[in-house]
Design a protein around this ligand. Structure first.
Ligand code: PGA
Length: 255
């Protein structure tokens, strides 16, 4: 049984003051819920402490949007994995398409960040996904396979229990144009088959694959009905507690 996971990627929104308010609304909205869905809030670095304080004692988890691979040193502007642990994070996003597009992230740097995050005891959400031109050229499968090979191809079997994948078609992120449930399922099944071939059937059966890209309350249920979708990575709709909580409610455990 795969536990569904819904993560709110707040991107570069919500400084500490607003982050505290949003986290409190989400926490209050989740009080007493027993649906078994794992919920992760991923605010900007400067708001981690504020959100950690609100989430403390709840079953909501805290995540960061990126991590560097060195443990410490003269790396101005970077944040190390142990620092995230110390700040109360149990999750970290790695390889989001905005990092790939705007900040030079590659499969090589994804793999380095992932190794360091896992070594520090963090759980990683590794993002993959094709651009519109790649989809139109019919190369979705080869692009995602290359990203998987470069990003998670070197993992040991024991690493996988702390890895979640997120399939986020770049053309669906922040555009209001989500993949159809069938389009998402097709890629998720391909990703799971890739994992089965490279890491074995047991890991493939257990690993969670989230969908991300314009997930909203009105499309979440249909998306999450798909057998290989284990939850969502939510951007825009995670900035509003009602919308986010409705998406959380749409998640269901997977057999
Ligand atoms: P979106 O973002 O929900 O605003 O499309 C998703 C993401 O980038 O993780």
């Amino acid at each position: 049984m795969r536990t569904p996971l819904v993560a709110g990627n707040w991107k570069m929104y919500k400084g500490p003051t607003e982050a505290r308010r949003l986290a409190l609304e989400v926490r209050n909205g989740r009080l007493g819920s027993r649906d078994g869905t794992e919920v992760v809030l991923i605010p900007p670095f400067v708001s981690l402490a504020a959100v950690e304080e609100i989430l403390r004692g709840s079953d909501l988890r805290l995540g960061a949007q990126n991590v560097f691979w060195e443990r410490q040193g003269a790396w101005t502007g970077e944040v190390a994995p142990d620092m995230l642990r110390d700040a109360g994070c149990s999750f970290v996003l790695i390889g989001h398409s905005e990092r790939r597009t705007h900040f030079g992230e590659t499969d090589v740097t994804v793999a380095r960040r992932l190794r360091a995050a896992l070594d520090a005891g963090l759980h990683a959400i590794v993002c993959i996904g094709e651009t519109l031109s790649e989809r139109e050229a019919g190369s979705t499968e080869s692009v995602t396979a290359t990203q998987l090979q470069g990003g998670v191809g070197a993992l040991a079997s024991s690493d996988w229990s702390r890895v979640t994948l997120a399939y986020e078609p770049v053309w669906a992120i922040g555009t209001g144009r989500n993949a159809t449930p069938a389009q998402a399922q097709e890629v998720h099944a391909h990703v799971r088959a890739w994992i089965a071939a490279h890491a074995g059937a047991t890991i493939a059966r257990e690993v969670r694959i989230l969908y991300g890209g314009s997930v909203k309350p009105d499309n979440a249920a249909q998306l999450m009905e798909q057998p290989d979708l284990d939850g969502a990575l939510v951007g825009g709709a995670s900035l509003e507690s009602d919308a986010f909580l409705r998406i959380v409610t749409a998640a269901r455990p997977r057999a």
